[in-house]
Design a protein around this ligand. Sequence first.
Ligand SMILES: *[C@@H]1O[C@H](CO)[C@@H](O)[C@H](O)[C@H]1NC(C)=O
Ligand SMILES: *[C@@H]1O[C@H](CO)[C@@H](O)[C@H](O)[C@H]1NC(C)=O
Length: 994
Amino acid sequence: MHFWEVVFDGSIGSAFPLHSLSWRLQMKRLFCVFALLLLAPIYAISLNPSLNDDVLGLIVFKADIQDPNGKLVSWNEEDDTPCNWVGVKCNPRSNRVIELVLDDFSLSGRIRRGLLQLQFIQKLSLAKNNLTGSISLSLAQLENLRVIDLSENSLSGPIPGDFFQQCGSLRSISLANNKFSGQIPDSLSSCSTLAAINFSSNQFLGSLPPGIWSLLALRSLDLSNNLLDGEIPEGIEGLNNLRTINLGKNQFSGQIPDGIGGCLLLRSIDFSENSLSGDLPTSMQKLTLCTDLNLRKNSFVGEVPEWIGELKRLETLDLSENSFSGQVPTSIGQLQSLKVLNISMNAFTESLPESMINCKNLLALDISWNLLTGSLPSWVFELDLQKVLLSGNKVSGSMDSLFSSWMENLNQKLQVLDLSQNALSGEIPSAVGNFSGLLFLNLSRNSLIGNIPASIGESKALNILDLSENQLNGSIPSEIGGAVSLKELRLEKNSLAGNIPLSIENCSSLTSLILSQNNLTGQIPAAIAKLNYLQTADLSFNKLTGSLPKQLANLPGLISFNISHNQLEGDLPVGGFFNTISPSSVSGNPSLCGSVVNKTCRTVLPKPIVLNPNSSDSTPGTIPQNLGHKKIILSISALIAIGAAAVIVIGVIAITVLNLHVRASTSRSAAALTLSGGDDFSHSPTTDGNSGKLVMFSGDPDFSTGAHALLNKDCELGRGGFGAVYRTVLGDGRPVAIKKLTVSSLVKSQEDFEREVKKLGKIRHQNLVALEGYYWTSSLQLLIHEFVSGGSLYKHLHEGLGKNFLSWNERFNIILGTAKSLAYLHQMNIIHYNLKSSNILIDGSGEPKVSDFGLARLLPMLDRYVLSSKIQSALGYMAPEFACRTVKITEKCDVYGFGVLVLEVVTGKRPVEYMEDDVVVLCDMVRGALEEGRVEECVDRKLQGNFPAEEAIPVMKLGLICTSQVPSNRPDMGEVVNILELIRCPSEGQEELV
Ligand SMILES: *[C@@H]1O[C@H](CO)[C@@H](O)[C@H](O)[C@H]1NC(C)=O
Ligand SMILES: *[C@@H]1O[C@H](CO)[C@@H](O)[C@H](O)[C@H]1NC(C)=O
């Protein structure tokens, strides 16, 4: 051993990469040889080299596959024997591997040669993994291998032609649920010991290998769900061990071979979903052990032979979707074990034989879509059936009598009853409510009359009720609310009258409510808005009146809501699904209004910002021709507008008072964080668990040293719609701005709040004020922002901050920077909602930095009323759609605000100026001046004589286009940036603006 270590460490070890597997294996083998040579007398037995063949084989196998869950960690190449490895089983006497079972280990990769080393393996199972590639090695040549299971992997490619050539003692092979393709190799017939073959759910094609019926030991053959075609070859009669044959879901054609009757032990035959034709071979009557016969979806023709009654063990007989015709044979009554009979979609005629009363075990009967006539045989009601499907026949008779016979022997097991599309008449008997287990009832498309029985409310389990397309009248019984499990209710195309019952709200699982084409009257009950799972509602073609309940907009899953052709009035609900409702779903209601029906509603709340007395702006986007007024005269509408403004002022005062109140209570509850001047902030929020949670996105935790100034009134920078802003300094001396959010009750849950804030924290742009962190307690929320030193644009423009007024270049730069920041926000799907000059900060180098973006997302609901009250202060910037409940608010509201801002920057005037006897709306003034060709006079007086008109005029025109009344007429911010850049550098291609 000593000698060996020297060699190992000294000369060879340095020459080879230590971790190379093959090298290590070679060394191991070398070691064994050396050991044998040197120590043969003592170690010969325990270091048997063939023992390592299994280790070697398995390690090579492992090297080719990925093992993401580390299932094979116990497989250590240093071990002398693999017998204790997971998935490995050895023969205790020989210590050779006899089983390798690695099912469901999440292994991927390819199966390569390693396994061929396992000369004594009997069972190889790698099922339910993710193995890929083809299998090139001839596993079948392992002479002891009896079981191969590679099912449920992603193996592909054809099986090599000689794969089964030296098929030793293989008894079972499953390749099911892979992606194998090509033909099934002919060599399969050499595996004379094979008892089970499962090649199902692959892509094997071509015909069956001719030798397949020479596998006389075969008990089970499953080739279903492949692409096999051609005829089923003759010669099957030799397989007298065959129990199960499944050739379903292929493309086999021709007839069932006559020899099948020789397979006397057959229990299950599945030839479904092929193109087999002809009639059933007579020899099949010998298959008396057969329990399952499935011939569904082929092209069989002719009558079903009387001998079918010989197959006395039959439990499932499926002949559906063929072209069988004639009468159902009487002998079917001899099938006393029959549980499922499906003969749907054939051309059977007359009625079902009375003999079927003997099929005592029958549970499911599907005879739908045939040409059956007469009335329903009474035995249908005397057996304990769970499913009765006979839709699409010509069964006639009165429902009353049908049910009365049923009632004599009430079947509590009935779950599914489909009598639709027949010729049934009479009233629906109230006994229908007595089937306590009923899940599905379809009586649609018959000739039923009378009322819907109130007893339907007794059907507590009922999921689906379809009574559509009959002649039912009366009203929908309010008892329907008792059917609490209803998911689908279809009553369309009847003559139902009266109101939609309020009790419908009890059917809280409803996803589909179809009541169209009746004579329903009254209002659409708000109760419908409580059906939280509702996806489809069709109330069209009735006589419903009144307005739509606003709460409908809260239905989260709505996909379709058709109320067309009624007499509804008023405006449509706003928000949710109703923002995208299609016009055809609301048409035919002359008094309905809203943008979807292209009709403005008369009663709109006072508009907070539309102070334009002559607003008839019909073609926004171009500069209107009819606004040639210079001075706005106090018209009646202007007086109304001023009145509205006064209301708003009062509103603002009220909200401010409320805010103060909330703030007062907030400061009481958050004792550590008070607003009182000079009050020391003694606890660090990061250390005091009760104080809340502080998160800095940059990972900067040292907030405590500057925390004393947190919310110190002396450091207050300003206030906005969302709260007051303070300045403080971080531990590293860096100043930050802290925004204390007011009206905490309006803030979302902590989880929602944090999610939104984190999203905002990811927004970084040179023209946006970065959000650096936040602080949360349930009563107090702070946002920590980058501190920008130069003051707001508002102060620069209107309060003469910084003595030097802004030059044209500086102004242009501010406009362009702001545009870029908005374009970026919109690209990130964030709407600013609150753009105004006091929200734009100017940094030391004159760059604009937009703040307060996206804060509306922190509100529990993006409700326009809450929104407009929160951003009251943005008077003049607020897009007109905020006042119009039928228009969806999009990022175009920012474009409007931007347009106003552009005019403000160029003219130096506030968006709305209140004069002694006049209200001047900035964009109207500029628009008027433009009409009169004096737009240059609008430019800020401080700039007069000192600005390039070829830039200023197009910029003002751009501002006007951005303030178009109709959102879709405003450009998007990306376009705005492009236009601004063109204005600056006309050489790069001039684009004429208006
Ligand atoms: C199997 O592998 C494919 C491709 O690598 C992968 O997409 C898939 O998620 C894997 N499936 C399982 C069950 O591991
Ligand atoms: C009821 O039967 C008719 C006719 O067979 C069918 O069109 C309808 O879809 C069925 N209703 C339901 C809810 O399945």
